[in-house]
Design a protein around this ligand. Structure first.
Ligand code: CA
Length: 222
């Protein structure tokens, strides 16, 4: 599970962010001051930092500068009310990977977080989707800890959907990525494999982890 540290002194905003991110299966810690945030951040146990710009005491920018001396590869996204180009440049120069202006749409922030975490998600050997775990090193799939036997293609399809958890996978990209077919092709084969997957994983209506997005494709969602 990916772990995010939010450093934000406005409780309303941090509570809103925490709830949204936890619903998206992130583990979340919140710090209310720059000093507290820096202490937690320097533990190195976070996959991403969300920093408010204006904080009491140590500012977000100062926090980011100090943090960057020890951790170069952990993404940092600023939440800022500032909107001039100069300040955006200042934020990026302090070592941030991205910034988003308040007020923002949660979906946009989520997308920016995913962009930053994508390389890491792609590196993970174990993927999860609700009670389902998939291990890319051992080619094993479990549901509630019980092994599920899949064919190679079913495994590849499930892996692709799980790697893109929370994002709609278009039929054309599924057929290109999983079947390696890059030309106009009857994509009906996908539905056959999706049905087989749902059956083998014993997915019920209450466990709709592989959702059909009509006319578009499929979505792995918790
Ligand atoms: Ca603030």
């Amino acid at each position: 599970m990916m772990k995010i540290l939010i450093v934000e002194d406005e409780p309303g905003i941090s509570a809103f962010l925490r709830q949204g991110l936890e619903e998206e299966s992130f583990e979340v810690d919140v710090a209310e001051t720059g000093a507290e945030g820096l202490t937690l951040a320097l533990s190195g146990e976070y996959d991403l930092l969300l920093l408010d710009w204006m904080l009491p005491g140590v500012s977000g920018v100062e926090l980011c500068r100090v943090f960057r001396k020890s951790f170069r590869d952990i993404p940092v996204i600023f939440l800022t009310a500032k909107d001039t180009a100069e300040e955006a440049i200042f934020a990026l120069q302090s070592g941030a990977n991205d910034y988003i202006r308040k007020p923002f749409h949660f979906e946009e922030l989520l997308e920016r977080i995913r962009v930053q975490l994508r390389p890491k998600i792609n590196d993970q050997s174990e993927l999860t989707l609700g009670p389902i775990t998939l291990n890319r090193d051992t080619f094993e799939v479990y549901k509630h800890g019980v092994p599920v036997s899949l064919t190679q293609k079913e495994f590849a399809l499930l892996e692709f959907l799980m790697r893109n958890k929370g994002r709609v996978c278009r039929r054309s990209s599924i057929i290109a990525q999983v079947w390696d077919i890059h030309f106009e092709y009857n994509t009906g084969v996908i539905d056959v494999y999706i049905n087989a997957l749902r059956k083998k994983l014993a997915l019920t209506d209450a466990e709709n982890y592989i959702q059909t997005v009509r006319g578009v494709g499929y979505l792995a969602k918790e």
